[in-house]
Design a protein around this ligand. Structure first.
Ligand code: SF4
Ligand code: SF4
Length: 475
């Protein structure tokens, strides 16, 4: 009997990728996006914004201790979290819109994994050289002095970038200059050091070593995005009807070869290590670097650019027949993208409207329902409410609390005999409020009655209200 064959391994070791330097329109666009996004990320916590003496002067601040989010002139309180939810919905819809129009444009140009990996590869290229030099260094088994020096230098620079990335992140959660000083003098909170250490390590590992593996195996987005793309989506593709049969060598008048000279430039610049000539692949992040590489080659051999290009599947039949492609706007403006744009605008307009109509005073009312009502010794009925009063002004304000329901109803504030309560600047104050109906009030006032609790800012007359219910004997 033959020995049983060992089961084939399901594990394939990663083939390291050493993308070659490339220049061109899309590479330049990617450099600009990299500079802008990293600039925004690293510099934003240092922008100052004067909000008066009682509020922080950091333009963008997630003040977790005081449960407040500051974004330039906008201040989000905890009960206004719907603004953050709305912005997240807009970000999601924006992503759907761009994916349905331009495929994985987010992955290829603006995703943090792509941006930081690009930066890490740039550093690697500066220190170790372009593709061939890096390949030679990789294949060199012996760790001599030169290899050790290059590796060490590269890792130190990567670590510094990781440290700056983790450092910038924690500055969004506290006053940046103060926290920077505390971090240097060893006086910052352990959470700040821990967060920085985790982000430094993850940036170092994701940008330096994991790279395309994150896009291919860890990120769910490549799997989901297919639902948003169709035959009109513009994606990076290879015009095989023009390029094939590929082959090296000069083209003569009677040559049967296509335009592809099989130079492998498109493969060598690809950050995920695929060959776009094999057709659309899940790994492709549509970074368009292969377009730049191929256009460069086409220019060198005197052929028209665009052998690799942004194109839609629906244009392929036309192109094969030698007809011109449809106008680009016909691909972009279609029911799906119009629907995403409309939804995105709707949410945006809704948020803007909510932002402009919100008042500088506010309240929430939580009825105390255990018990639902109390009959006092004189026969009157009392309901209890916990009212949170918010003063968003930079100075203390006196708030008058009143009730609208039955004329017989009266308001009493616990611990505040004069009926108005002072709410300190930029604070939410929890005030216990009683609504009382006398024993001889009309039956309607002693039953289950809708009531409206009003607060009035006695400084400027601004008012706000919340509706609730008064529970009486009629329940
Ligand atoms: S195939 Fe081209 S577009 Fe796709 S990831 Fe590679 S270089 Fe970028
Ligand atoms: S860069 Fe263009 S010419 Fe060179 S192999 Fe790729 S498709 Fe062919």
């Amino acid at each position: 009997m033959n020995d049983p064959q060992p089961a084939p391994s399901l594990y394939a070791a990663r083939e390291p990728i050493f993308p070659r330097r490339v220049s061109g329109t899309f590479r330049n666009l990617k450099w600009i996006i990299l500079a802008v996004t990293l600039g925004i990320y690293y510099l934003t916590p240092w922008i100052r914004w004067d909000r008066g003496p009682s509020l922080p002067d950091q333009a963008v601040l997630l003040d977790m201790a005081n449960r407040r989010f500051y974004f330039f002139w906008i201040e989000i309180w905890p009960h206004e979290f719907y603004f953050v939810a709305g912005l997240l919905i807009m970000a999601g819809l924006g992503l759907f819109l761009f994916t349905s129009a331009l495929g994985r444009v987010w992955c290829g140009y603006a995703c943090p994994q792509t941006v930081w990996t690009d930066l890490f590869i740039l550093v690697e290229r500066w220190i170790e050289g372009d593709r061939n030099a890096r390949l030679r260094l990789h294949r060199q088994k012996k760790m001599d002095l030169r290899k050790a020096r290059l590796r060490l230098t590269k890792w130190v620079v990567w670590l510094l970038i990781g440290l700056a990335t983790g450092g910038a992140w924690v500055f969004y959660f506290a006053d940046a200059p103060t926290l920077a000083r505390d971090l240097i003098t060893g006086q910052a909170h352990p959470i700040a050091y821990t967060t920085m250490a985790i982000l430094t390590a993850t940036t170092f590992f994701f940008g330096g070593f994991a790279r395309e593996q994150i896009c291919i195996y860890a990120c769910p987005w490549p799997r989901i995005q297919a639902a948003m793309m169709d035959e009109d989506t513009l994606v990076v593709g290879y015009r095989d009807w023009r390029g094939e049969p590929r082959g090296k060598g000069k083209r003569t008048a009677d040559s049967e070869l296509g335009d592809c000279i099989d130079c492998m430039a498109c493969v060598n610049v690809c950050p995920v290590g695929i060959d776009i000539r094999d057709g659309q692949q899940m790994e492709c992040i549509t970074c368009a670097l292969c377009i730049d590489a191929c256009d460069d080659m086409m220019e060198k051999i005197g052929k028209p650019r665009g052998l690799i290009d942004y194109m839609a599947l629906s244009d392929e039949a036309n192109a094969r027949a030698g007809k011109p492609p449809r106008n680009i706007w016909k691909h972009i403006l279609r029911p799906r993208t119009i629907m995403y744009t409309s939804l995105w605008s709707l949410v945006g307009v809704g948020l803007l409207f909510a932002l402009f109509i919100r008042s500088d005073i506010d309240l929430t009312v939580a009825p105390v329902r255990n018990p639902t009502f109390v009959t006092l010794s004189d026969g009157s009925i009392r309901n209890t409410y916990d009212v949170r009063l918010r003063n968003k002004h930079g100075d203390d304000r006196p708030f008058l609390v009143t009730v609208k329901g039955d004329p017989a109803m009266q308001v009493e504030l616990e611990g505040v005999p004069e009926g108005s309560v002072t709410v300190p600047a930029n604070t939410a104050l929890l005030q216990r409020v009683y609504i009382v109906t006398p024993k001889d009030a009309a039956p309607s006032a002693q039953a289950n009655t809708p009531v409206r609790i009003w607060v009035e800012d006695l400084t400027n007359g601004d008012r706000a209200h919340k509706d609730t219910t008064f529970n009486g004997r009629g329940n």
